[in-house]
Design a protein around this ligand. Structure first.
Ligand code: ARE
Ligand code: CA
Length: 481
């Protein structure tokens, strides 16, 4: 979140590529409003489609894209097409003036006729009040943000040009912000005019990978399946159900058939997450329910399940620390931006020898439990979930074919003996000694963590104490001693 492009380029080469991450989602790249105190959310208030933010200018963006592609790491840009700024005026990050009241954005240029007004939005104040009403949700303003008339050819063309510019630079795709607030047909029409991906980095006739922010939990809200023909959707039911289970509001044993049987979209239509730039501050979901870096043990366990389970394309959040102050269930500091110097320049990330990051950068993606589960996922490949076991409550284990095995223990009830996971289980793994890549790395064939012996029948004594540092163990054929 909000890293500088030069730092992301470094990270692609020194960490993300080598550790098997497939891509990076970068915060919105185009010029946006400069707001008092520089809140993170100013990046969601576009002023023009020039590539220029505190993360860097177009030249730096290009360099990052080049370097990351070469390192085998794709770049996905968070695109904000639904709206421009809120109802204030000021300067954008590339020096363009804007006036949200008069709806003037000379940097594009857009003027009042390019926005939805009373002819198209049915509410008196032009605000969205009922998020389930299709017309209101799409033609009115989301929290005051000036809503673009994407039915207009002119608006469409400006947005197509912006996306094609990014594609030509070499990005692999987009996160489509606030998709539910845009008509699927408008998005379809925009996407139909996009270039193929840049031949320098992608094979001929490759198309951008696009995933949509559609927050749908069932009921009469706008159904995310209205968007699955356009690309993937971010399956918020995944985050909600998994969070609920990992908070012990629902037993882990039920996860055995987690996926479409729980009402989720087909795996091939989904991108999934545990945390996000909104969830961490409660801008979606609820603080105290959402799991973020302040509850590291839980975040690691839930993320491990996400990476071990074969559903959707998982995305890991990489955030920064801020002073969380919760009052009445809300974080007073939910707006706080990334670490900066006294002039407001974002500070560079310089990882420490122990792999952690400097300043407020949290670098969840560098936590051993998380990067080793990325490896687990790569090793598991397309293998099915096999050898499911549960204790009838909050202890589970399963394998991915005969390549990888995970056991998770979130048992809270019972005596200490019941709370510990201690069981001889079928791991599915070929016989041998395996290193638990969660409690330590395998370095020069020496296991720094716990190890297990798998016998000729695939059985092994699995142990996850209830009070251990991590709530799970994971073994795979890439970490045999
Ligand atoms: C800021 C201020 C507002 C102010 C506005 C305009 O906070 O008080 O009115 O500026 O001046 C982010 C921040 C917003 C911020 C905005 C612009 O979260 O606080 O507003 O940037 O700076 C709904 C949308 C969904 C949206 C979430 C947050 O449907 O699309 O709300 N998520 C995306 C991004 C956000 C971003 C925006 C959209 C805007 O991920 O980071 O906002 O670009 C139910 C409903 C959902 C609803 C959800 C949460 O589940 O079904 O539709 O999501 O509640 O309210
Ligand atoms: Ca809209």
């Amino acid at each position: 979140m909000e890293w500088k492009y030069d730092d992301i380029g470094d990270e692609c080469e020194r960490f993300l590529g080598p550790y098997g991450y497939g891509g990076v989602q970068v915060s919105p790249v185009n010029e946006h409003a400069i707001m008092d105190g520089r809140p993170w959310y100013e990046r969601y208030q576009p002023v023009s489609y020039d590539i220029h933010t505190r993360s860097g200018d177009e030249q730096q963006f290009r360099r990052m894209v080049q370097r990351c592609n070469k390192a085998g790491v794709r770049i996905y840009v968070d695109i904000v097409l639904n709206h421009m700024t809120g109802g204030q005026s000021g300067l954008g990050t590339n020096g363009h003036h804007y006036d949200g009241v008069a709806m003037q954005y000379p940097g594009v240029p857009f003027g009042p006729n390019d926005f939805h007004g009373h002819e198209t939005c049915p509410t008196n104040d032009l605000e969205i009040h009922n998020y389930s009403n299709r017309i209101e949700a799409r033609n009115c303003r989301l929290v005051g943000l000036r809503d673009l008339k994407q039915q207009s050819e002119y608006v469409k063309q400006k947005q197509v040009d912006f996306l094609n510019h990014l594609i030509d630079i070499g990005v692999a795709g987009f996160r489509s912000d606030a998709s539910t607030h845009q008509w699927p047909d408008d998005l379809r029409s925009i996407y139909s005019r996009l270039h193929n991906l840049n031949n320098e980095f992608f094979t001929e006739n490759s198309h951008p990978f696009i995933y949509h922010e559609t927050i749908y939990y069932g009921g009469n809200g706008i159904n995310s399946n209205e968007y699955t023909s356009l690309g993937r959707i971010i399956e918020f039911r995944f985050y909600k159900e998994i969070t609920n289970v990992f908070r012990n509001n629902n037993q882990l044993r039920w996860l055995r058939n987690f996926g479409t049987e729980w009402g989720l979209v087909p795996s091939g239509d989904a991108l999934v997450m545990i945390d996000s730039h909104d969830l961490r501050v409660g801008h979606t979901g609820q603080l105290g329910f959402n799991i973020n870096c302040f509850e590291a043990r839980l975040l690691k366990a839930a993320t491990a399940f996400m990476l071990a389970w074969n559903y959707g394309i998982p995305r890991v959040m990489s955030s920064y620390f801020w002073d969380q102050i919760i009052r009445d269930g809300k974080d007073v500091n939910d707006w706080v931006g990334p670490p900066t110097d006294q002039h407001g320049n974002i500070l560079s990330v310089h990882p420490n020898p122990d792999m952690t990051c400097n300043h407020e950068w949290i670098c969840e993606h560098r936590w051993r439990e998380i990067y080793n589960m990325v490896k687990f996922k790569l090793i598991a490949g397309q293998e099915p979930v096999n050898n499911w076991w549960d204790n009838g409550d909050n202890q589970i284990a399963f394998s991915r074919g005969n390549r990888a095995f995970i056991a998770i223990n979130l048992q809270k009830n019972g005596n200490d003996h019941d709370k510990n996971l201690q069981k001889r289980l079928q791991t599915g793994l070929p016989p041998g000694i395996y290193c638990d890549i969660i409690s330590g790395n395998l370095i020069n064939n020496r296991c720094m963590g716990k190890s297990i012996q798998v016998d000729k029948n695939g059985l092994s004594d699995i142990y996850v104490g209830h009070d251990e540092f991590d709530a799970f163990v994971a073994y795979h054929i890439g970490a045999r001693v």
